[in-house]
Design a protein around this ligand. Structure first.
Ligand code: ZN
Length: 322
C-alpha cells in the first residue's frame, strides 16, 4: 500500500511516498504561510495550500499508483476532515475548511488528515508503548499515546500549552497565565525579558547587554550563563508541574520531547527538566531506572510527521477493511 504523505508545517511543506514503514521521494519546499504572503486573506492562503497539495498529487500520480493521501497539519483537526486555524501557517486568522471534502472532489482515494503532533506520536509509538510526546518550539503542545493510539476526543486533548499555570504573562491565544506563554520557545523569551528587570544580581550575564532572542538565549544556556540557566529553570518549573500531573493521574513515565527549541537546548535542558520533576515527585525519585528514562530527547525528527501520517493511514485502512 502506497500513501502520498504530506507534512504541512508553519515554515516547510514536505511530501514523500510512504510504503511498508519507509519513505521515498522526499521533497521539501516553503509553506504558503502568512509571512510569505502578508497581503493574502485566509481564503487565499487556504487556496494556496490546497493548490500546492493538488499539484504534488497530480505530479506524483502521473509516475506511480498510490492508494491514499495522508496529511499532517499544524493545528486542530476535527473529525479527521475539518481544519480552521493554524497559528504558524495563517497567524491569528480562522476559517473552517473541509479539507477532506475539497480534496475528495478531485482525488478519488481515501484521504487521511491528522494533527502534526499526533503524526509525530504515531512514528514514536513504534518505539514506546505508553508515552506522552511534547513538542516545544515556537508553541508547546502534547499528545498522550496508549498502546499505539492517541488519547483524543474529536480534536480535544493534547493542548497543555493552554493550561493556566498561574502567572501574569499573556499567551499568543490572548489569555493570561497559560503554559505556552512561559515554556514555549517564544514564551521563554517573554519570561527572560521579564526576569531581566527582577534578577539584577545576574547583571554580569551577556544577555543583559543585548535584546534576548532564541539564538542568544540557547547559546548562553549551553555555555553555562547563570541568568540563562535561571530563566530556563523557572520556565521548566511550570512544565514540570504539568508533567507531574500526567505522572500522577495517568501513570505515564515516558515523556518524549520534540520541537526545535527543546532539541537546540539539548541534554542539559532534559536534565534540568528531570530535576524539576524529581523535586515534585517522591515516587519517581526513589526509582532511578524510571527517572533516567523519564525525559527523552527525540532526535532526527525531520520525517517523523510524514512517517506518522503513513502509519495513521495504514491503521485506518486496516480498520476500514476489517
Ligand atoms: Zn493560550
Amino acid at each position: 500500500m502506497k500513501i502520498l504523505v504530506f507534512d504541512i508545517g508553519g515554515t516547510s511543506f514536505r511530501r514523500a511516498i510512504y510504503e511498508n514503514g519507509t519513505i521515498s521521494g522526499y521533497k521539501k519546499t516553503d509553506s504558503p504561510n502568512f509571512l510569505k504572503f502578508p497581503d493574502k486573506t485566509i481564503d487565499k492562503l487556504q487556496e494556496e495550500l490546497v493548490t500546492a497539495i493538488f499539484k504534488e498529487y497530480f505530479n506524483i500520480s502521473k509516475e506511480t499508483n498510490i492508494d491514499g493521501v495522508a496529511i499532517s497539519f499544524p493545528g486542530i483537526v476535527y473529525n479527521n476532515e475539518f481544519i480552521n486555524e493554524a497559528a504558524t501557517l495563517w497567524g491569528r486568522y480562522k476559517k473552517t475548511l473541509n479539507l477532506k471534502k475539497i480534496l475528495n472532489d478531485r482525488i478519488s482515494l481515501p484521504i487521511y488528515i491528522l494533527n502534526d503532533v499526533t503524526a509525530a506520536g504515531y512514528k514514536i509509538s513504534k518505539n514506546y508503548k505508553r508515552f506522552c510526546v511534547i513538542t516545544i518550539s515556537s508553541g508547546i503542545g502534547n499528545k498522550v499515546f496508549w498502546d499505539g493510539y492517541p488519547l483524543l476526543n474529536n480534536g480535544l486533548g493534547g493542548e497543555i500549552g493552554h493550561i493556566n499555570v498561574g502567572h501574569s504573562i499573556m499567551c499568543n491565544c490572548g489569555n493570561i497565565g497559560h503554559l505556552g506563554a512561559v515554556s514555549s520557545g517564544r514564551g521563554v523569551i517573554q519570561l527572560a525579558n521579564l526576569l531581566k528587570n527582577e534578577l539584577s544580581n545576574y547583571k554580569d550575564s551577556s544577555l543583559f547587554n543585548q535584546d534576548i532572542n532564541t539564538f542568544n538565549l540557547v547559546n548562553a544556556f549551553k555555555e553555562g550563563d547563570l541568568f540563562a540557566e535561571e530563566v530556563i529553570r523557572k520556565s521548566l518549573k511550570y512544565l514540570a508541574n504539568i508533567i507531574n500531573v500526567h505522572i500522577n493521574s495517568l501513570g505515564i513515565t515516558k515523556y518524549v520531547l520534540i520541537g526545535g527549541f527543546a532539541l537546540a537546548l539539548g541534554k542539559k535542558y532534559r536534565d534540568f527538566l528531570t530535576n524539576e520533576i524529581l523535586k515534585l515527585n517522591p515516587f519517581i525519585i526513589n526509582n532511578p531506572e524510571m527517572f533516567e528514562e523519564l525525559i527523552i530527547l527525540e532526535e532526527n525528527t525531520d520525517t517523523h510527521c510524514l512517517e506518522g501520517a503513513g502509519i495513521f493511514a495504514e491503521l485506518n485502512r486496516i480498520e476500514v477493511l476489517t
